[in-house]
Design a protein around this ligand. Structure first.
Ligand SMILES: CC(C)(COP(=O)(O)OP(=O)(O)OC[C@H]1O[C@@H](n2cnc3c(N)ncnc32)[C@H](O)[C@@H]1OP(=O)(O)O)[C@@H](O)C(=O)NCCC(=O)NCCS
Length: 155
C-alpha cells in the first residue's frame, strides 16, 4: 500500500498504513484539529492494529506526519452493503489544497476494496470546507432535506 506522493507544491510524502509508533503523532494531529483533550492512545493503537489508518509522512526533514485518515469497515443494513465509515480525516493546514487529502482517501479506499470488497464510503461532517472536499471527490449527499443530527449514548 505504501507509495510516494508528490504534493502539487513539489514536497514529497510517503503514504502508508499507520504503524504503532505513529500513535502519539496521530493523537497530536487530532488535538491540533479539534482542540479537545481526551485520552485517545489505546483506541488509536487498536485502529492501527486493525489496519484502519492511513498516514502521510514527510519524505525528508523530520519525517513527521502531516495528515491521516481513519475509516472502519462495517456491514450497513441501511444501505444494504459493506462500506467504510470515515471517522477522522485531517491534513495539517499548511499542506491543504495540494492533493494530499485526496491521495490519503484514495489509498484507504483502494486497500479496503481489495481486502473487504466494500461498495461504499460514508462520513458526516459539520464543516463546509470538508463538504466541498467530499463533493469534489465524488461524494453525494443523500437525504439532504433531513440534515444530520449527532446523538451519543454514554454506556
Ligand atoms: C478535508 C481535508 C482532509 C482535505 O485535505 P486536502 O489535502 O486539503 O485535500 P485535497 O488537496 O485533496 O483537496 C482539496 C479540496 O478540498 C477542499 N478544501 C477544504 N478545505 C480546504 C483548505 N483549507 N484548503 C484548500 N482546499 C480545501 C477544496 O474543495 C479543495 O479543492 P480546490 O482546491 O479545487 O478548491 C482538509 O481540508 C482538512 O484536514 N480539513 C480539516 C479537518 C476536516 O474537516 N476533516 C474532514 C471532516 S471529518
Amino acid at each position: 500500500m505504501a507509495g510516494t506522493f508528490k504534493l502539487s507544491n513539489g514536497i514529497a510524502a510517503t503514504i502508508r498504513k499507520g504503524k504503532r509508533s505513529d500513535s502519539d503523532q496521530i493523537a497530536s494531529l487530532i488535538f491540533e484539529w479539534l482542540r479537545w483533550k481526551k485520552e485517545r492512545s489505546p483506541t488509536i493503537r487498536d485502529s492501527i492494529r486493525a489496519g484502519e489508518v492511513v498516514v502521510a509522512e514527510l519524505k525528508t526533514g523530520d519525517k513527521s506526519l502531516i495528515g491521516f485518515v481513519h475509516g472502519s469497515v462495517h456491514n450497513d443494513p441501511i444501505h444494504g452493503d459493506k462500506r467504510i465509515f470515515l471517522t477522522a480525516f485531517y491534513v495539517k493546514p499548511e499542506y491543504r489544497g495540494l492533493g494530499l487529502g485526496s491521495a490519503l482517501l484514495k489509498t484507504l479506499i483502494d486497500a479496503a476494496v481489495l481486502k473487504h470488497q466494500i461498495l461504499g464510503v460514508e462520513t458526516s461532517t459539520m464543516t463546509r470546507d470538508a463538504v466541498k472536499f467530499y463533493k469534489k471527490f465524488g461524494f453525494v449527499q443523500d437525504k439532504e432535506e433531513i440534515g444530520e443530527v449527532f446523538l451519543n449514548l454514554k454506556l
